[in-house]
Ligand binder design. Structure first.
Ligand code: SAH
Length: 206
């Protein structure tokens, strides 16, 4: 997976390649999908949601240029595969998931792997996590028409935010960088396809 899907494309950060190599993706998907855990695409994780394609996970992680001291906010942690990758490269991950059953699944997966530097919250991630802000990096794993205001505010000076922007038919992965003085620049990284960012808390599996 790492050689053919990541390094052969534009994933060159050795830390990202290394963590993708050693994180067991098959432990995050259902038993019936294990033989496809390392294929070059997304997979269902229940409740109409998906675990992102390995390449997209790597691309978003690389764009955030994480440091070991960074505090990261993740919106839409699902099965928590991306969470585990972020946790290995940062100081702490604060992850929010709105669907109770996926929140529980993510928590169980992280516990099983022994990942300790993650705080998980059940709720609406479009509101960010006010008490723990600001964040050096923010990753949004679901598409939106624009960047939620709370996330803009909770991004630290010098921070990076990656989010798929668009609608159901066309989306672009965008990287926002806030300078140490507070000015924000935007760069488009790639075309992508995510599930929607939904405001409010979910009831599925409650
Ligand atoms: N990155 C995860 C899941 C990606 S799917 C993985 O690889 O497993 C996108 C996730 O975002 C879903 O779990 C969905 O429930 C969640 N989501 C959508 N809108 C949300 C919101 N407002 N707050 C928190 N999570 C949200």
């Amino acid at each position: 997976m790492v050689e053919e899907q990541l390094a052969a494309r534009d994933i060159s950060d050795p830390e990202v390649l290394s963590v993708m190599r050693r994180t067991p993706r098959h432990l995050f998907v259902d038993e019936s999908l294990k033989d496809r855990a390392y294929w070059d695409g997304p997979l269902p994780i229940g409740h109409g949601q998906t675990i992102s394609q390995p390449y997209i996970v790597a691309l978003m992680t690389q764009a955030l240029a994480l440091k070991k001291s960074d505090r990261v906010l993740e919106v839409g942690s699902g099965c928590a595969y991306q969470t585990a990758i972020l946790a290995a490269l940062s100081g702490e991950v604060c992850a929010v998931e709105r669907i109770p059953a996926l929140f529980e699944k993510g928590r169980a997966n992280l516990k099983h792997l022994g990942v300790r530097n993650v705080r998980l919250k059940l709720g609406d991630g479009t509101l960010g996590w006010e008490e723990l802000a600001p964040f050096d990096a923010i990753l949004v794993a679901a598409y939106s028409g624009d960047v939620p205001e709370a996330l803009r505010r909770q991004l630290a000076y010098g921070g990076r935010l990656v989010i798929p922007l668009g609608d159901g038919s066309s989306q672009l992965l965008a990287l926002y960088s806030k300078s140490p003085q507070g000015s924000v620049t935007r760069k488009t990284i790639a075309a992508c396809r995510f599930v929607p960012l939904i405001r409010g808390r979910g009831a599925e599996g409650a």
